[in-house]
Design a protein around this ligand. Structure first.
Ligand SMILES: Cc1ncc(COP(=O)(O)O)c(C=O)c1O
Length: 413
């Protein structure tokens, strides 16, 4: 099985003539289609909003497209908050952890809705920035999060969120302090490839909302299902069906919330990967081929451009767009970092790769460029937008050596 790039060989040839590899290429059409499909899937909920997780792709031209598709943003740091503010976002969530006082102050200033990660942060927020009118609490139920017999993740090992007892006490404290509007947030499994994750999570959070109403006497304003909907990095994996996911959450909503007088509750999401991953390619060129105990295809991109394979041993599909019908051979595709984990693929079957071939690394649109770093003095590459009319636009230039040297003090470079 294979994956088809969102750009043709001919179109990519003319793009690589214009922009030197490596670069990240984003597909505006696909981004808009996904945003529309998500909004349609949750259109049954009048208050629904996707707050795109900025960390996934913190590139203003991408955020602007999502803004035009009625999305807000979820920020985790002061830098992301400033980016959101400068872009004129009005709908901003702030879901942080180990948060600095200045970050809470900034979140208040830009009128972001704050998701508090810790019970202890209620007092901290009050002290450093004052309590806002709206406060949301992040829940961590502990134990394992499973779907049937499948263990999806281990909240008990996660540093995020607060226990149920802390959550209930937190709402009581906030209510006593005059806060009037409340949210509930949970992110319990990452990159899920099932249409059941959101409905199961929503069911648990809806039950909790009913309990909170009974025990604390407050009606939550929103439930934030956060991120976690995955993408089929491997071509043989089945893609999530967002319409079915939306319908699954709707069924739980009607079953649990409506009969308990909570039928006005808004649903929020903070998806990153689902929104952007498939709509970004890392485009790279083959520099060297080396034969030792394996065949190594050395490319001009490195883990500094896309860290996921090195970091998580994550699979990213690769298309040899220059020679798609060549005879298949088994190779490792590597970058140039002085780290043996700088490999985009290990023992991968690829149509014969030749010097100068262009390779497309799929599903790099989220947690790709944004995780870039500068090891070995490698520089972050450019980001290019393939616009709906087929034209391209550079939306972030590549770093230069002068950028890299710019922060050095005491030496005149
Ligand atoms: C608080 C929060 N929200 C949303 C996301 C986005 O998750 P995903 O890209 O899996 O949708 C993340 C990812 O790390 C996160 O930490």
């Amino acid at each position: 099985m294979t994956k088809i790039p969102f750009v043709t060989k001919e179109a990519l040839n003319s793009i690589t003539e214009q922009y030197p590899t490596p670069f990240h290429l984003y597909d505006e059409k696909g981004i808009r289609e996904t945003a529309r499909a998500l909004n349609a899937a949750f259109s049954w909920n009048p208050g629904f909003k996707e707050y795109f997780a900025v960390k996934a792709t913190p590139t203003p031209a991408i955020l602007k497209i999502l803004q035009e598709e009625n999305c807000g943003v979820d920020c985790a740091t002061d830098t992301e908050l400033v980016m959101a503010e400068r872009m004129g976002f009005k709908d901003i969530l702030f879901t942080s952890n180990v948060t600095k006082a200045q970050e809470y102050q900034l979140a208040r200033k830009v009128n972001a809705t704050i998701n508090l990660d810790a019970y202890e942060h209620i007092a901290f927020l009050e002290e450093v920035a004052g309590l806002p009118e709206v406060v949301s609490l992040r829940y961590n139920p502990g134990g394992v999060f499973s779907l049937g017999t499948d263990i999806m993740d281990h909240p008990e090992e996660s540093k995020f969120g607060m226990t149920k007892a802390q959550l209930l006490q937190g709402y009581k404290d906030l209510k006593a302090k005059g806060v009037q509007t409340f949210g509930l947030h949970a992110f319990l499994a990452s990159n899920t490839l099932t249409n059941d994750y959101y409905p199961i999570l929503a069911g648990q959070l809806f039950d909790l909302a009913v309990e909170i109403k009974k025990l604390v006497g407050i009606e939550l304003d929103f439930i934030d299902l956060s991120g976690g909907i995955g993408v089929n990095y491997k071509p043989e994996q089945e893609q999530n069906d967002i319409a079915r996911i939306g319908a699954g959450v709707h069924a739980k909503y009607d079953e649990i919330l409506v009969p308990n007088g909570l039928g006005n509750l808004k649903i929020y999401t903070e998806l990153g990967r689902f929104m952007l991953a498939p709509h970004g390619h890392l485009v790279t060129r083959v520099l060297h081929i080396k034969d030792t105990y394996r065949r190594y295809v050395g490319v001009d991109a490195t883990a500094a451009n896309l860290m996921r394979p090195a970091f998580y041993d994550a699979y990213h599909h690769i298309t040899n767009i220059s020679n798609p019908d060549g005879p298949v051979e088994v190779v490792d595709v590597t970058g140039s970092l002085c780290e043996n984990n700088d490999k985009f693929a290990k023992n991968r079957e690829l149509p014969k790769v030749r010097l100068g071939d262009t390779l497309v690394i799929h599903d790099a649109g989220a947690h790709g460029a944004s995780m870039g770093y500068n090891y070995n003095g490698r520089l972050r590459s450019a980001e290019i937008l393939l616009q709906e009319d087929g034209s391209t636009r550079m939306i972030r230039r590549a770093e230069t050596m002068e950028d890299y040297f710019a922060t050095i003090q005491g030496f005149d470079f």
